[in-house]
Structures are given as structure tokens and as C-alpha cells.
Design a binder for this molecule. Structure first.
Ligand code: AMP
Length: 360
């Protein structure tokens, strides 16, 4: 049994070597921890700032054994970690946070929405299907238009199709690859909000003010935070975050994506059981950012304050946009974060810029 709080000098294992792992490792280093990264590719953004790098597949038993040997606790920077990896780490006696259940819920859209509804959190109406006939039944049940999404492995708007007519259901199912799908009623939302919340080992919860998100082609473009929300909406968001975190007995940071409907009602769209792109504004807008909060939570430390001291507009730098680093660095109100990715590909998240404004 691991004794918490972990003292400085302990090692935090991270599954995944992307930018989220890199920013977690930097935050961990500030508190005196070392990070061990497990990632299939050598020379990953996170591995280059971490004390230990293990290169191997997420379900490679010897790579997992090495990670377990190095780490006092293991966390994730993405949710599509094979369940086998989590089970292997548990068998090796390493504590993982967030828990396996949080990952399982977030990996499958039907399990996610079922969990949310059972926890008393509203979502769009939905139905599940695992074959073409079932897909037609699900569309008939939900009504048209409906949004059909693959249950697993969808991200950044991939693996989704609008179905306008019941007769198109089977073709949409086939076009999505024939894997299990969820069929969702359309959310007639005014805006997309998200909230970053964190739960400590002792059950204490801290919540950042919500951000307003703008996507382009299914990819997050901008987050403005704190978003202007009514008191009623702020209270609803707080209640939703508490219900989700407590129901999962969650430890760490979670990102909760929300639709704000015309009447002010909030529906949860998606959960990210990890630090989240829509929480990057906290790095320069709050005293303690989402990365440090996550490290504090998994290490069993007290949580830090979540109050904002600046309004922030966070813009993702996709592909070539990161080539403007010199001009961005010269803007006095901008704080530049670059991920050190070796290859600049179109649409790839290369960094982000946080533009600071006084709090209104
Ligand atoms: P997701 O992969 O579930 O995060 O969806 C990606 C984006 O598609 C969301 O950010 C929304 O803009 C849109 N979207 C997802 N689900 C729905 C829905 N049921 N109704 C309307 N728009 C949706």
C-alpha cells in the first residue's frame, strides 16, 4: 500500500507522452517530483522533460513492469488506455488515479451517458446499437435528425455522422465502420461550456470557473474563461461536477464538456478523465493550474486555490500557426506554450497561447 501524501522526490508515472504529459511533468517538477513516462514513440514531448522514459506499447507487460518499478503512483494523460494496462498495473501493486472505472466510463459513449443519467446528470436522449438493424431501431427511437457516433475511440469530432432520414441509418452505421454506435438526439445549444474540476484523495473538491469553447472542424480552437454565466448556471455546474466526481470516487482532474441550451439548461456531452485542453487557460489565469492540481490530487496533497486572477483567451496553435512563435512571444499580454513536437503537421496541436486580460 502506498502511503499518501507522497513526499517530494517520489515518482509519478504517466501513461502517454503527448503535450498533456509534458505539462504534467513540468508541474510535477515544480513540486519536487520526478515523472516516468510510458509512451510507444521515442523522443515524445513528455519524455523530453521527464526524469524517466519507458518506450513501449501501453499493454506491453515488460514496459508496464518497468513503469511500475519506477513509479509510486501512475496516472494518464489520455483516456484510451487499454483496460488490460490498468489491470496489469493493479496486479503489480501500483496505485492508479483516476480509477479504472472512470476510464471505463469515459472510453465508451453509451457507458458514459448511462453513468451520467444514473448519477442524476442530464444528457441528450440516446440509444445504443451494435448492428445495422439496431442502428435503424435506435434512430427510430431517438427521431431524426440524429447524430450517430462510434462508441469508442472517437475524438476531435471524428467518428460521427448526422442521420437526416430513418432510411439512411444502416448506411451511416456502415460508414462508421460497423462498430457499436450511440445515436444521440441533437442538442440545440447556445454555447459549449466546459468545467475543470479536481477531487483530492480525502474527497475534497475544487472547481475552476467554466470556460466557453469554440470548435472548428471538430477541433478546439479557443477557450474564453471565466465564461459569463448566470448564478443559476454556475450552481448547476457545481452540482454536476460534485455528482460526477463523488459517484466515481474520483481522484485527480476531470474535464466536463457541457451544452448550454436556450432556456439555460445544461447537458453534459462528454467527460475527459484527465487534464483537458479547455483547462489550459488556468496556467496563466489562476494561482494554481490544472496540471499542478492533478499532481497534488494523485500525490495525496492538499488542493490549491482555483480562483482566477485574469481573464484568459486560450487559442490552440495548429500546424503552421506555431511558426509565428516569435511574433506571439513579442505580444506583451500573451503567454506562449509550445509542446516541442518535432514534426509540424497540418492541424496538429503544436502549442497554445494564453492572452491575458483584466478580470471584469
Ligand atoms: P464529441 O466528440 O461528443 O465531443 O462531439 C464533438 C462536437 O460535436 C461537440 O463539441 C459538439 O459541437 C458537437 N456535438 C456532439 N454531440 C452533439 C449533439 N448530440 N447535438 C449537437 N451537437 C453535438
Amino acid at each position: 500500500m502506498t502511503a499518501f501524501p507522497l513526499p517530494p522526490g517520489s515518482v509519478i508515472g504517466v501513461l502517454g507522452g503527448g503535450q498533456l504529459g509534458r505539462m504534467l511533468a513540468l508541474a510535477a517538477a515544480r513540486l519536487g517530483f520526478d515523472v516516468a513516462v510510458l509512451e510507444p514513440e521515442a523522443d515524445s514531448p513528455a519524455a523530453r522533460v521527464a526524469a524517466h522514459a519507458v518506450v513501449g506499447a501501453y499493454d506491453d507487460p515488460s514496459a508496464l513492469a518497468r513503469l511500475a518499478e519506477l513509479s509510486d503512483v501512475v496516472t494518464y494523460e489520455f483516456e484510451n488506455v487499454p483496460a488490460r494496462a490498468v489491470a496489469t498495473l493493479a496486479e503489480l501493486g501500483v496505485e492508479t488515479a483516476p480509477c479504472a472505472r472512470a476510464l471505463a466510463v469515459a472510453q465508451d459513449r453509451v457507458a458514459e451517458k448511462t453513468f451520467l443519467n444514473e448519477a442524476g446528470v442530464a444528457t441528450v436522449a440516446f440509444a445504443a446499437a451494435h448492428d445495422a438493424a439496431g442502428a435503424a431501431e435506435a434512430v427510430a427511437q431517438v427521431g431524426v435528425p440524429a447524430l450517430m457516433k462510434t462508441c469508442r475511440d472517437g475524438y476531435d469530432g471524428k467518428g460521427q455522422r448526422w442521420v437526416e432520414h430513418l432510411a439512411d441509418a444502416a448506411a451511416a452505421f456502415a460508414a462508421l465502420g460497423g462498430d457499436p454506435v450511440i445515436v444521440e438526439a441533437p442538442a440545440d445549444f447556445m454555447r459549449e461550456l466546459s468545467v475543470i474540476a479536481v477531487r483530492a484523495r480525502g474527497g475534497e473538491i475544487a472547481i475552476y470557473p467554466p470556460g466557453e469553447n469554440h470548435h472548428e472542424n471538430g477541433v478546439l480552437r479557443r477557450t474564453s474563461a471565466p465564461a459569463q454565466v448566470s448564478r443559476k448556471a454556475a450552481e448547476q455546474i457545481e452540482r454536476i461536477a460534485h455528482q460526477i466526481l463523488n459517484s466515481l470516487d474520483y481522484v485527480g482532474v476531470i474535464g466536463i464538456e457541457l451544452f448550454e441550451l436556450k432556456g439555460g439548461r445544461l447537458l453534459v456531452n462528454e467527460l475527459a478523465p484527465r487534464v483537458h485542453n479547455t483547462g489550459h487557460w488556468t496556467q496563466d489565469g489562476c494561482e494554481v493550474d490544472q496540471f499542478e492540481q492533478h499532481v497534488r490530487a494523485v500525490a495525496g496533497w492538499p488542493l490549491g486555490p482555483t480562483e482566477p486572477h485574469h481573464r484568459v483567451e486560450m487559442t490552440n496553435l495548429l500546424g503552421e500557426e506555431a511558426a509565428a512563435w516569435a511574433a506571439l512571444a513579442a505580444e506583451p499580454e500573451s503567454r506562449l506554450h509550445l509542446y516541442g513536437k518535432r514534426e509540424m503537421k497540418a492541424g496538429r496541436k503544436m502549442g497554445h497561447v494564453n492572452r491575458l486580460h483584466p478580470l471584469k
